[in-house]
Design a protein around this ligand. Structure first.
Ligand code: SAM
Ligand code: SF4
Length: 468
């Protein structure tokens, strides 16, 4: 199939808006919806767009999926267990629908875009009314209109690498917002399915990003999280030669109180970006820099294009420019052929870097990726034992790593009431670590100035300071 890289035309978006209005006028349309989201922030933001479109069609959100007229599963396929979980929940809903036959079940997201999944859905999951891939998201109104009028099930999968501007969004939070700056990925790390299910890398135009940020700022948003699979390579192929450092500088000038971003690839982490972060007033001192492995041979077979030495050098460069920066990472254990010695090099790197936090994963073979065909797949028992050792090491180091924050002034954006105490609130500090402090429900969504007093279960505790 030929891939196309296109900006969806304004005529097409208007056409979809027209379908939203048509559905709104239909007497027999679904009245309520529920979106079930799996996976990363990209998916969470796609779900906000889905909810935005459904609300324009006149639907209201149902708290529980079993009560909704339209239930949509926004799936992830990065590891096999993410996929298994989604499929299990979709089958469970089939039983519920026996009591509510009017319920419409839809499935979308990365899993649908996997090779062979359309056939599986058509054969084994025939109770699913609508399925569509990541490229078709913006056509949800038209697809729903078609099935509502034909009483037939439909599967839509296209391999267009599109950018759709101007879709309605129903944001989950008023204080913090996702802002996608680029879609897809061109890196083809040998373990990863993302480039196959999210398409080739493409950047949104700077003017569209700045316009969206301006609107968010005016609406009172206090934090913007810039999203992309590899934000460091933002701008490739754009006519105005903008890069990520330039975009950050523009956003910093705009005055959004807090700017965060993810994810960064170590191979594209430039000095210019580090300088822009250090010079900025609103770019938070935190960096998610996935290392994946501490062994050069494994990194090479992962197709990561950096060495252990280069990674450590980039960490040093970040720390010399922004001394208190919070660094987090992703690590895969049990990559095909990983020996005990190679795994110990990963343990050694974790010991050396002292990450604020690490997301650890057992390698999961994904059909269609290069690593799935590599010999010497590691037995489950070996990988489980290795990941346990890695988690134990990270936890033992984390307490000491986080203790450097004790006594420091911090600022948190409160996300909710603390799970451990009803008279405390918690949220993320500027360095990316979760912090709990005395507070009440009416302070949720506020920026609070605090001083760090201690560590509890890998999060920080704090006392209140005067707000400016
Ligand atoms: N673009 C990001 C980057 O390059 O760091 C990563 C995006 S991916 C959604 C998040 C993490 O999932 C990766 O950093 C990697 O650690 C993990 N991951 C991806 N494919 C995996 C696989 N097949 N098995 C286990 N973990 C995987
Ligand atoms: Fe996957 Fe690598 Fe792209 Fe990240 S950079 S999304 S790990 S292919």
């Amino acid at each position: 199939m030929i891939r196309r890289n296109v900006a969806v035309s304004t005529d097409e978006i208007e056409k979809q808006c027209h379908f939203m209005e048509e559905i709104r006028e239909m007497p027999s349309r679904p009245r309520t919806y529920h979106v079930v989201t799996y996976g990363c922030q990209m998916n969470a933001h796609d779900s906000e767009k889905i909810a935005g479109m459904l609300e324009k069609m006149g639907m209201l959100e149902a708290e529980h999926r079993e009560e909704a007229d339209f239930v949509i599963f926004n799936t992830c396929c990065i590891r096999e267990n993410a996929e298994r979980k989604a499929l299990g929940n979709i089958v469970w809903l089939k039983e519920i629908r026996k009591k509510r036959p009017e319920m419409i079940i839809a499935v979308c997201g990365c899993m649908i875009q996997e090779p062979g999944m359309a056939e599986i859905l058509l054969r084994q999951y025939r109770f699913v009314n609508l399925a569509f891939g990541t490229s078709n998201l913006y056509k949800l109104p038209e697809m729903l209109f078609t099935i509502l009028n034909s009483n037939r099930n439909a599967v839509y999968i296209e391999n267009e690498d599109v950018i759709a501007e101007g879709l309605p969004v129903r944001r989950l939070r008023n204080d913090s917002a996702y802002l996608t700056i680029m879609y897809g990925c061109d890196n083809f790390c040998s373990f990863c399915i993302v480039p196959y299910v999210r398409g080739r890398e493409r950047s949104r135009e700077r003017k569209d990003i700045l316009r969206e940020a301006e609107t968010l700022l005016k609406s009172g948003v206090k934090e913007i999280m810039l999203l992309g699979q590899n934000v460091n390579s933002y701008g490739k192929g754009l006519p105005d030669h903008t890069n990520f450092a330039g975009l950050l500088k523009d956003l910093d000038k705009m005055g959004v109180p807090r700017i965060r971003f993810m994810t960064s690839h170590p191979k594209d982490l430039s000095d210019e970006l580090i300088e822009a972060m250090a010079a900025g007033s609103h770019i938070l001192p935190q960096f998610h820099l996935p290392v994946q492995s501490g062994n050069n041979e494994i990194l090479k077979r992962m197709n990561r294009h950096y060495t252990r030495e280069k990674y450590l050098e980039r960490v040093s460069a970040l720390r010399s420019a922004i001394p208190d920066i919070g660094i987090s990472t992703d690590i895969i254990v049990g990559f095909p052929g990983e020996t005990e010695e190679q795994f110990l090099e990963t343990m050694d790197l974790v010991n050396e870097v002292r990450f604020d936090s690490a997301f650890t994963f057992i390698y999961s073979p994904r059909k269609g990726t290069a690593a799935a065909l590599m010999p010497e797949q590691i037995p489950e028992g070996v990988s489980s034992e290795r990941i346990q050792r890695l988690i134990t090491l990270q936890e033992s180091l984390q307490k000491e790593t986080l203790s450097r924050y004790i006594g420091l002034e911090e600022q948190i954006l409160t996300e909710g009431i603390s799970k451990r105490s009803s008279d405390a609130v918690s949220g993320r500090g500027k360095h990316g670590v979760s912090i709990t402090v005395k507070g009440s429900a009416d302070e949720i969504g506020q920026l609070l100035n605090v001083r760090i007093t201690g560590i509890k279960n890998n999060t920080l505790t704090a006392e209140r300071m005067q707000n400016p």
